[in-house]
Design a protein around this ligand. Structure first.
Ligand SMILES: [Zn+2]
Ligand SMILES: [Zn+2]
Length: 80
């Protein structure tokens, strides 16, 4: 497995590497649900500071990364 830094958020299945994923909500919060292998993958959110604890916020089919530390709200993903 490669361990490269990605500057943009990548939405990918950790198991089969498919990018055909949707965000679903389960008992541990939001996760990627793979449409190819039906596997679940953790969503990692990055922000400007290591101390940031950004959260995902759902509005209809759009997901926003919300950080109260930097007071930002960015579009993160859209379920199709
Ligand atoms: Zn998969
Ligand atoms: Zn932040």
């Amino acid at each position: 497995m490669k361990n490269e830094k990605v500057s943009i958020a990548s939405h990918q299945c950790n198991q089969c590497k498919s990018v055909d994923v949707q965000i679903a909500y389960g008992k541990y919060g939001y996760y990627y649900k793979c449409q190819s292998c039906q596997g679940n993958s953790k969503i990692s959110l990055r922000c400007n500071q290591p101390s940031c604890k950004p959260r995902l916020k759902k509005e209809k089919e759009h997901f926003y990364k919300v950080c109260s530390d930097c007071n930002t709200k960015e579009i993160f993903f859209r379920n199709s």
